[in-house]
Design a binder for this molecule. Sequence first.
Ligand code: IPE
Ligand code: IPE
Ligand code: MG
Length: 243
Amino acid sequence: MSEPLASIPRHVAIIMDGNGRWAQQRGLPRSQGHEAGADSVRAVIRACRQAGVKYLTLYAFSVENWSRPRDEVSGLMSLLVRFLQREEAVLHEKKIRLRIIGRLEDLPPEAREGLARAMEATASYDEGQLILALSYGGRTEIATAARRIAEEVQAGNLQPAQVDEALLARYLYAPDVPDPDLLIRTSGEIRISNFLLWQTSYAEFYFTPVLWPDFREEQFNEALREYGRRRRRYGDVKEREAL
Ligand code: IPE
Ligand code: IPE
Ligand code: MG
């Protein structure tokens, strides 16, 4: 039986890694690993809803992933389009808002249009948010914010002295989304790979050797239980709610 959850993270972010190795272990092409990974995405969206996690950010494609073989990249983009077509009904039914962080302009037109349409159609929903990181890079996000701030300063709309943490955060991709409480990475890699560099400054990290296609409700709930056992101090000497 499952133990009661001490505290539920408001925002969970996941580096969904290990699709290729999952396929390789089965003698399958990497694309089959990505297809199986899409079922884990569905499972985790459902698990978030059941647990009461309001924000789920999924690292689906990094700015660095463009360097992969062209076939793999186009396979991932077409998987994204098919995923949207199949899952949009769930977003409507459960009143979940879809958002994208990343360089949306880099994506092929079909993916961009599908995403734009689904984002607009779900924009008013407030039961939860599904945030897909696509052509996303943490350094790109911060550099883009810095450039936009510089433009505001140059235009005379902002004084350099006004640039502080809160102001910079307002220029990130999704400024109103609270920082992730829990960051999960599957597949045994212990690194952040340019994901949410700014936003994870006080996130709890959870690394598991489970490959993404094998990461389903049970594994997600185990990560939530582990989160419930953590004691967050934010630099203080005792447990604290937030910074
Ligand atoms: C994660 O799985 C999916 C993406 C990065 C798009 P990988 O494709 O990185 O799988 P591994 O790491 O090669 O096993
Ligand atoms: C991180 O996984 C990016 C995504 C999960 C989308 P990678 O497989 O690209 O990361 P590295 O190359 O192992 O650091
Ligand atoms: Mg990988």
